[in-house]
Design a binder for this molecule. Structure first.
Ligand SMILES: Nc1nc2c(ncn2[C@@H]2O[C@H](COP(=O)(O)OP(=O)(O)OP(=O)(O)O)[C@@H](O)[C@H]2O)c(=O)[nH]1
Ligand SMILES: [Mg+2]
Length: 333
């Protein structure tokens, strides 16, 4: 045994009462090591309260302002281009012209992003990769918007649009909508923070004389039928950490990374070659989390690993790209 699971009151779901790895096994058998990694299922966080009242308000805000804009920029997370697209938007946005921005591409796997862009091209969905933090790739967005509008039957012209192009930014929380607007505006016009739910109401920002951008709060679907999509949103910080169990989330992320990016894990946390094979009885995610905590010196009394601290550290480092360029889903997988 590498250490005892530290009991914590933080974000503790009702079912979880244990202080020992065995209780984790009881709580969620899907966290168990499996002989068939391809059959690993996800941590079911779809039951948590993550669709607060303001999401419904955002839905209404988008519908109400849609007639005022010429085009919508849907901003998704390039690390999870599928899970970070809210299917509900298809209904809300209807036939409105839309381009898709694969944002945070600086933290995504380059080849995977290229595959996603090819995939969208085949579907005739105008898409672009961007890094709205540094601004890389954002210079091509306005031309793509103009091209997309020009391709419509309406035929873009300053006359048709009263001399002004109006663009609405939508997407899941924390995907970079406000950063996108600041990039296009060339200055910090709207608040950006590394947590979901920063933008709470609509805000118009002008860019030069003929472009107006509408920043919107993030929107999640009220219900996710796919728990794997829900947990990916939680990994990337689109869901408030307060509504999920941070340690379980971190363990689940470790299992996924172990499967898909073992060398990133190994290098970042100085793990040995067969780093997960030492204790077959423990859940893989737990085993990895305690090892990482230990390697980082995150110990409490008597050598116990502070798994809560290790979990927060892991999620923070993943979210800020310190584990390398990682994409958790691919077009045809
Ligand atoms: N590395 C990286 N970070 C980004 C990128 N775009 C945004 N961020 C960061 O992601 C976090 C969220 O950015 P925001 O622009 O506030 O996201 P938002 O979609 O407006 O968030 P809400 O208003 O809360 O829904 C901030 O810490 C940004 O600096 C990007 O392309 N790359
Ligand atoms: Mg915002």
């Amino acid at each position: 045994m590498n250490g005892n699971f530290k009991k914590t009151n933080r974000n503790k779901p009702e079912q979880y009462t244990g202080t020992h790895p065995e209780h984790i096994l009881e709580y969620n058998e899907r966290l168990l090591r499996t002989d068939k990694p391809q059959n690993k299922t996800s941590l079911d966080i779809t039951g948590v309260q993550w669709y607060p009242g303001h999401m419904k308000k955002t839905e209404r805000l988008i519908s109400k302002n849609l007639p005022l804009v010429d085009l919508v920029v849907e901003i998704c997370d390039a690390r999870i281009p599928k899970s970070s697209r809210n299917r509900m938007l298809d209904t809300i946005l209807g036939q409105k012209q839309r381009i898709l921005l694969l944002n945070k591409s600086d933290m995504a796997d380059y080849d995977a992003t290229r595959s996603w862009l090819e995939y969208y091209k085949k579907l005739s969905i105008p898409a672009q990769a961007a890094d709205c933090k540094s601004g890389k790739g954002t210079g091509a967005i306005l031309p793509l918007i103009k091209q997309t509008l020009a391709d419509t039957k309406l035929k873009f012209s300053t006359e048709n649009f009263g001399g002004i192009i109006r663009i609405m930014a939508v997407g899941v929380p924390n995907s970079g909508k406000s950063s996108f607007i600041n990039c296009l505006a060339g200055k910090k016009s709207t608040k950006v923070e590394d947590r979901p739910g920063v933008t709470r109401g609509k805000q118009w920002i002008s860019v030069g004389d003929n472009v107006q951008l509408l920043d919107m709060p993030g929107i999640l679907a009220p219900k996710y039928n796919d728990p794997a999509a829900a947990e990916k949103l939680a990994f990337t910080g689109a869901v408030k950490d307060a509504v999920v169990n941070t340690e379980l989330l971190a363990m689940r992320l470790l299992e996924l990374l172990y499967d898909k990016y073992p060398s990133s894990l190994k290098n970042r946390y100085k793990l040995t070659v067969d780093f997960a094979a030492e204790n077959e009885q423990e859940p893989l995610g737990y085993s990895l989390l305690t090892k990482i905590g230990k390697n980082r010196g995150m110990l409490i009394s008597k050598g116990e690993v502070d798994t809560e601290r290790a979990a927060i550290m892991l999620l923070d480092e993943f979210r800020s790209g310190l584990l390398g360029k990682i994409t958790l889903e691919h077009p045809h997988a």
